[in-house]
Design a protein around this ligand. Structure first.
Ligand SMILES: [Zn+2]
Length: 207
């Protein structure tokens, strides 16, 4: 199973990302929480266009990405966990929790440092609130976020499987901005203030 995940990771990630996006979008259409003020078509064009640009920029500038960094760290014995030699399962749990905490700190940093907030507010200033709000990020934030994640993977010596589990588990929360009658995201930052909301997760791309 881990070998299958590692060798098919890009295709699985792509399917997982768009599968959840389509499911949430259908749910939103059938059970909307609130009426939208702006044409969905123009917002989706912008938001999904940004996802496309983010993915392209990321692939061009940091093609190795987090999983490849983890594989390289394991081959060279770099990072804490590759030297502690914990039992496999424990190393994965520790790595997933540590990566999640890193991305939590990263999000706080993007809110509290004015220069970074100027990038992050792209996400918070969406004109409406739906499933695509959670994946709307400035390309520079995407690059910085991946750089931080790769540095954390290197320092931790995170197992590749832990990185995959962490990245897959980040996808559903990223779509928790879904405005269905069941999910109610808390969204205060639409006026450009630095107020946070409950579920602003790490920036993600389909690949
Ligand atoms: Zn935020």
């Amino acid at each position: 199973m881990p070998e299958f995940l590692l060798s098919h990771e890009p295709a699985i990630r792509f399917g997982f990302f768009f599968g959840i996006l389509v499911l949430m979008a259908l749910w939103e259409v059938t059970a909307p929480r609130r009426p939208l003020n702006v044409s969905k078509r123009s917002r989706w064009f912008s938001n999904l266009g940004l996802v496309g640009i983010d993915t392209l920029v990321l692939r061009l500038l940091l093609p190795a990405a987090a999983v490849s960094t983890a594989i390289l760290a394991a081959q060279r014995d770099w990072g804490l966990l590759n030297n502690l030699r914990l039992p496999g399962g424990l190393a994965i749990v520790v790595a997933v929790l540590a990566l999640d905490f890193t991305i939590y700190l990263q999000h706080a940093m993007f809110h509290f440092i004015p220069t970074l907030w100027r990038l992050h507010r792209v996400h918070h200033t969406d004109l409406d609130f739906d499933v695509t709000t959670g994946i709307r990020f400035h390309p520079i934030e995407i690059i910085l976020s991946m750089g931080i994640k790769m540095a954390a993977v290197l320092l931790l010596g995170a197992p590749a499987l832990a990185v995959i589990i962490f990245e897959f588990s980040s996808t559903p929360p990223a779509f928790s901005t879904t405005a269905t009658s069941v999910f109610e995201g808390v969204w205060i930052g639409s006026s450009g203030s630095s107020s946070s909301h409950l579920r602003c997760t790490g920036s993600i791309t389909p690949f």
